[in-house]
Design a protein around this ligand. Sequence first.
Ligand code: PLP
Length: 347
Amino acid sequence: MTSPRLDIDLGAFAHNVGVLSEIAKPSRTMLAVKANAYGHGMVPLARRALESGADSLAVLDVPAALALRRDGIDAQLFAWLHSPETDFERAIEADVDLGISSLWELEAIVAAWHGKPARVHLKIDTGLHRNGARPEDWPALVSAAMVAARDGYLRIEGIWSHLADASPEDDAEALTKLLEAVETARDLGCTPPLLHLAASSAGIREPEARLDLVRFGIAAYGISPFDDESGRDLGLRGVMTMRAPLSKTEGGEGIIALGTADGVPPNAAGRGEVTVRGRRHRVVSVDIDRLAFELGESAAEAGDDVIVFGPGDDGEATAEEWARWCETIGDEIVARAGERLPRFYRD
Ligand SMILES: *Cc1c(COP(=O)(O)O)cnc(C)c1O
């Protein structure tokens, strides 16, 4: 190894997708590959997810869905974050399932019609307040969608929402609100085939929230959505390893060419631990492009492999530990690392 890098273990990812899709059964598994697959690289992870038990992919927006189509992925793709610039015409042409929350999206989809009905999933806000139709706007959205469906502009494929995962009680309340919205839609004559709500957290712990499909994200990357159980406790394996060769030793410190620009949290000094020759060493300082750590008694030399985080199999810290040290979530640790560093894939 000659420079800082990320190793992405596709075998571990496949294992995780298999574990999660078994947990979800008989519900289907949709795998979230948004944010460039949480920094792991969208296309290779999307492909592997579909080979390993996922039925469909959640991609956030239409450009990401179209990128997957260009790469030859023909599975069901779900995109739900739109703007007035969204190219609905190409999305419909490419059979992208569209999550929608409001009348303007519905109108834009109808305007983009070229003969093929769009596939839409209507979103109700169940408490997260991050798009989703408000309950008072729900009947109007459902009715308008039904008119558009009757006229052949679209097919209503699903009703869905997203959980805040604040507490099991909040999730239970959100489920109740979703089921009320489903009831309202049914009273209006709308009975789409797919209901979905749960992401990793509820998908693992709340069987009643699994409904027709679970949209798993972070857990598939080996990172637990819970504070009281690690990914390892859940039978999941870490997928990303961040490492760099030891550049030099100086004044009792080891230095690597990885810093905040590579996604190492700036507040890691005095908290984080890197691993060399199987032993952990406390981080002393983090700059934009370098990190220094206490060498202690170590006989480490320039060129040695320094692991910042990994699956934990050889005693190294995990992304979950880094998240705890730096008061953030594991998603942030891996996604930020993946923005700039080269990724190397292995099985
Ligand atoms: C990110 C996301 C997911 C996956 O969430 P995790 O908590 O990472 O499992 C599922 N659905 C939607 C709408 C999302 O935005």
